[in-house]
Design a protein around this ligand. Structure first.
Ligand SMILES: *Cc1c(COP(=O)(O)O)cnc(C)c1O
Ligand code: SF4
Length: 386
């Protein structure tokens, strides 16, 4: 109870005030209306993508200005006005700011561009395949906002580009010719940057393949551009029974706008699951992870994965020790609803797939049998001979 009140929520009066204040400043600056604001196209067209635009809304020191400019020459940035309006510039560790505003630490040269060797798991078109019965099609490299911790930075090139029709058709042909594939993940970038018309064509072709049983969309629009989600999209997703996986990393991203988007999807029967990334200074705290997952459950999003951050160049400052992740998972046991518990996973290098990391210290096994440690640190024995 004591820790709970310290975690910023998207629904708090504090967050709502920040949002309204910055939103009004932006609307005035751009001479735009409330209707514009709620229009996803307007949001995309007016992304904040240059340091001079940031300085329209907050005072940057000369050093901050130069740093943002330097970093953006290597790793571009773009922030929807919506997401930008959630930033608390008074807090150096504001989770929204850390995820969206370039940081000089990104220029650290350590880490790899493609530790999971995704390039090597590309059998055809724009496919990434590492598993026998499921694969990914990357339909675009664009996202509404470029997350500073993005694990696919190498794909986020200098400009936004949707995958060509030809490459998507090639990918679909590959799936057609490989009857073991039962699930297709349509992702990017952010798959919901494609128009409904384009999505429909893709769903239609894929669902026409007998062995394809499930379609899944990867999108972060619920957090970065919630206005993209409307009834028309939800009806389309329902028609093809598409699953959604999204990414909320902190409770302050779960705003009234985000929840409206979630409600639209869930009310149409769409399953929404969350893939959180464990990120230093953003959410590497057991109470923060607990509260964020509880907020997700409250608003009908199923906590799915907690990803251990990969060793990606430009994201070293977000790295967390595995022991920290295990401690968080151990904390969740017994202290919150089982439905608020994601699976903590590590993405193996070289494309060897995801490995669930469970707190191994809970299990002791020797020639006498098993000993388990419960969440209250009580020892229980199974098949144990003394
Ligand atoms: C993560 C991933 C999937 C989906 O895995 P799930 O555990 O089913 O969410 C599929 N293909 C690739 C290449 C992946 O990295
Ligand atoms: S939405 Fe996903 S792919 Fe896009 S920048 Fe963020 S983490 Fe990367």
């Amino acid at each position: 109870m004591k820790h709970k009140t310290k975690i910023r929520l998207g629904f708090s009066e504090f967050s709502k005030k920040l949002y309204v204040d910055t939103k009004n400043k932006i609307l005035t600056e751009l001479n735009a209306s409330e209707k514009d604001w709620n229009n996803p196209k307007w949001q995309l067209k007016n992304r904040i993508s240059d340091v001079s635009e940031i300085s329209n809304y907050i005072n940057l020191t000369d050093e901050e200005y130069e740093n943002i400019k330097d970093v953006s020459e290597t790793y571009r940035f773009a922030i929807t006005p919506y997401y930008f309006s959630l930033i608390d510039f008074e807090n150096p560790n504001c989770p929204i700011k850390l995820q969206s505003i370039p940081n000089i630490k990104e220029l650290d040269e350590s880490g790899q561009l493609d530790p999971m060797n995704e390039e090597q798991s590309n059998p055809s078109g724009k496919i990434t395949r590492r598993y026998p019965n499921k694969l990914i099609i990357n339909v675009t490299n664009a996202c509404p906002m470029y997350c500073r911790h993005c694990q696919r930075r190498r794909l986020i090139g200098g400009f936004d580009k949707n995958t060509s029709k030809r490459a998507i058709d090639e990918s679909i042909d590959f799936i057609k010719n490989n009857p073991t594939i039962r699930e297709v993940l349509i992702t990017g970038g952010d798959a919901l940057l494609l128009s409904n018309k384009r999505l429909k064509e893709i769903f239609n072709k894929l669902s026409g393949i007998d062995h394809v049983e499930v379609l899944r969309i990867g999108t972060r629009t619920l957090a970065t551009l919630p206005f993209r989600i409307n009834d028309e999209l939800a009806v389309l997703l329902r028609k093809y029974r598409v699953n959604i996986s999204t990414q909320f990393n902190h409770a302050c991203e779960i705003t009234p706008e985000a929840v409206q988007a979630i409600d639209t999807l869930v009310d149409h029967g769409i399953l929404v699951r969350n893939q959180m990334v464990l990120l230093h200074n953003i959410n590497d705290d057991k109470y923060c992870i607990q509260k964020t997952n509880e907020e997700l459950q409250k608003y009908r999003v199923i906590p799915y994965y907690l990803f251990h951050p990969k060793d990606i160049k430009g994201t070293k400052h977000f790295q967390v020790d595995i022991s920290k992740g295990l401690e968080i998972m151990k904390h969740l046991e017994g202290r919150t609803s089982g439905m608020c518990k994601p699976t903590y996973v590590y993405n193996s290098p070289l494309g060897l797939g995801k490995v669930p990391l469970v707190p191994m210290e809970n299990i002791e096994h020797d020639e006498n049998g098993y000993k388990f440690t419960t969440w209250e640190n009580k020892i229980v024995k199974k098949d144990y001979m003394e």
